[in-house]
Design a protein around this ligand. Sequence first.
Ligand code: FAD
Ligand code: 2MC
Length: 389
Amino acid sequence: MTATFDHALGPDALDDDARVIAETAAAFAAKKIGPYALDWDEKHHFPVDVLREAAELGMAAIYCSEDVGGSGLTRLDGVRIFEALAHADPAVGAFLSIHNMCTWMVDQYGTDEQRRTWVPRLASMDAVASYCLTEPGAGSDAAALATRAIRDGDEYVLTGAKQFISGAGTSDMYVIMARTGGDGPRGISTFLVDRDAPGVSFGAQERKMGWNAQPTAQVVLDDVRVSSSRLLGGKEGIGFGIAMNGLNGGRLNIAASSLGGAQAAFDRAAAYVASREAFGGKLIDEPTIRFTLADMATSLHASRLMLHDAARALDAGTPDKAERCAMAKRFVTDACYAVADQALQLHGGYGYLAEYGLEKIVRDLRVHRILEGTNEIMRVVVGRSVAAR
Ligand code: FAD
Ligand code: 2MC
């Protein structure tokens, strides 16, 4: 393993298991993802077969229970894995993060039957999952969602539209937040809906700035009938809490995906300025260039510390875990976007060319400041905690 990768393990002395887990993810990413990332981006190819290979290594149910086929690892292991995957391709790693979020929600909140039915299939990626919260009229204000699920005997009938759904059209199972009760968060429940259920359809694939190696589209529900056994946890009114708790971990993994992408951009920029010559010397000997690299390295280190701190809080279930996850998501995705942009700048005109890979990283990382809760909403979450002190 390279010195750069040792960095990515973070500040803790790792035991052998934790080191092997992170190094396995890094080796897999370097061999199976990195060499193809630019091609997948250009061709808008979603490499589900490669994700299934990652699943064979335990990366599709990372922090799920072992009794149903999960890997039984920690959130801290998880952020190391997602940093390693994103070092090769932030877009591919980030989809696996969303799938893991769904898998964990089923494992954590599902009935015994739901856990035993779904988690093994999700862990192998025999079933690929999508997370469906956002709607055309409810993004940041997620508790205002309008998709309805009306009870009819032993079934529910779902009607509505989910916007910007990652994996839409390809995924086999959709974790759908829908309204079974009155206005606000307490009226929301969560359902597990099959792609092939009558009444499920998909909008056109969105044309995006980045994240081209995974699909994004609307999921349309038109009188979709599901058995009441598809109500996650078997209880109405708990869906918003399930969705938000899923997002706490999702926000960490999106931040880890930014960190991996930014570290890769930094590594390339440091190597580039060490060999590029101008004004009779190497660029790296220019003091302002060194200062830029120093600031970038500092941002990466600070990001990693903050991310690992929030992962530990989530592992420990501290009362302030949601706030620490929000702080980490906001800080890391902003700081790492800036690092990636600086790495592009250090490449001069070459940074703007697709074949150098820098502009892809910048495009992919841009959306991490928007999705899984915009960085403004992260400030809302942190600000509420500050005001409540
Ligand atoms: P809005 O909520 O309309 O916000 C518009 C602007 O106003 C933003 O800048 C926002 O920060 C700001 N704003 C809103 N409220 C406040 C406030 N109170 N204070 C200050 N500023 C505020 N969603 C899913 O459910 N599943 C997915 O798989 C998924 N994948 C996505 C993939 C991509 C590529 C994209 C682009 C989005 C995806 N999303 C997904 C949706 C994403 O989570 C939303 O776009 C995001 O939550 C913001 O919602 P919105 O787009 O409706 O923006
Ligand atoms: N963790 C655990 N519980 C949470 C939580 C969190 N992060 N955030 C809110 N809750 C709970 C909260 O404690 C409350 O519980 P209770 O009813 O027991 O008191 C309940 O949820 C309602 O919370 P609020 O009263 O704070 O609800 P409000 O509507 O005022 O604000 C807000 C909620 C803005 C924090 C939430 O709507 C939000 O996070 N919005 C952003 C939406 C988002 O992140 N979308 C991402 C979509 S997925 C995606 O983009 C992908 C790429 C997959």
